[in-house]
Design a protein around this ligand. Structure first.
Ligand SMILES: NC(=O)c1ccc[n+]([C@@H]2O[C@H](COP(=O)([O-])OP(=O)(O)OC[C@H]3O[C@@H](n4cnc5c(N)ncnc54)[C@H](O)[C@@H]3O)[C@@H](O)[C@H]2O)c1
Length: 281
């Protein structure tokens, strides 16, 4: 899809990090942006940045883990800015540093509610509208490199599990929309210099509200000085225009995937050897 001035975008998690980078980059290309974030003040700050650059945007206090909240955002964006043709299901939260069996049920509800259901809610709210508008459109779901392999070092199972789900959702959605004008991409960054290590400040009231989650904080050091959100945003917008489906932003992560796939292919070698020995009996 060619991104044009006057296009309208929905960006979840637009109050910080990659989401804010996307909002600003979109606005710099003349796209009108619905900046959605559970932290309303942060969404409003993104709008101020955009307006400072001469762009047009509105801020919406939206909780992506709640379908009604996403539907309301979609209605408002449509009535104030016009039909949406760019959808960024980007909001996500970290859940690192704890062995899988020790993660509380309320934390499972939260991380699945935002990282998986948030994307599903965005798809449910916008795909019917995009189909009805019947023009060129594009959906980008933010997964992570953690959606393609589980990092062995940082106890990231819960987070990675949700990001694998985002990859599967995106692959399936692309297949289902193949005959339409709606493109789909899945974004899989590694370290980006954002506020992700402070995700707990965004936990919805319904799920317990903001709290201190010390186990995530080590990530602050890991991501400090890493890739900048604005650079990630430029890569994403180019991929939309080039029709790229998998968006990898960190070439240095290639060996991580090669390790996983070589284990999988090794298991196929064993399966073939076993099948051959059964056939020979
Ligand atoms: N930063 C990284 O290193 C990295 C790497 C890979 C993938 N990602 C993914 O990128 C996406 C953006 O994260 P980021 O790194 O910019 O982090 P961030 O914390 O800076 O931004 C995420 C934004 O999402 C918002 N948010 C959280 N829960 C929400 C909810 N229920 N409803 C609406 N908004 C909500 C937060 O308030 C925040 O403004 C996430 O999906 C994350 O998993 C980040």
């Amino acid at each position: 899809m060619k991104i044009k001035p006057g296009n309208v975008a929905y960006v979840s998690g637009g109050g910080s990090g990659i989401g804010r980078g996307l909002c600003v980059e979109l606005a710099s290309r003349g796209v009108h942006v619905g900046v959605c974030d559970i932290r309303g003040d942060d969404a409003r700050e993104t709008v101020r940045l955009i307006e400072g650059l001469g762009g047009k945007a509105i801020a919406l206090e939206t909780d992506v883990s709640d379908q009604a909240s996403v539907d309301e955002a979609a209605d408002t964006i449509e009535s104030v800015l016009g039909n949406v043709s760019l959808v960024f299901n980007n909001a996500g939260v970290a859940m690192h540093g704890v062995p899988v069996e020790e993660i509380s049920l309320s934390e499972w509800d939260w991380v699945i509610g935002v990282n998986v259901m948030g994307v599903i809610h965005g798809i449910r709210a916008f795909v019917p509208r995009l189909k009805k508008a019947d023009g060129p459109a594009h959906i980008v779901n933010t997964a992570s490199i953690g959606g393609f392999q589980v990092n062995p070092d940082f106890l990231t199972v819960a987070y990675s599990m949700t990001k694998y789900a985002v990859v599967a959702l995106s692959e399936g959605l692309r297949n289902e929309l193949a005959e339409t004008q709606i493109g789909v991409s899945v974004l899989a960054p590694a370290a980006v210099d954002t506020g992700i290590h402070l995700s707990e400040r965004s936990r919805p009231e319904r799920l317990g509200g903001a709290y201190i989650r010390q186990e995530n904080h080590f990530m602050g050091e890991l991501i400090k000085g890493s890739a900048q959100p604005g650079d990630i945003a430029c890569i994403v917008l180019s991929a939309i225009e080039d029709g790229g489906f998998y968006i990898f932003t960190h070439p240095e992560t290639r060996p991580w995937q090669e390790r996983r796939f070589s284990e999988i292919l090794g298991a196929y070698d064993k399966a073939e050897a076993a099948a051959a020995s059964v056939a020979a009996e």
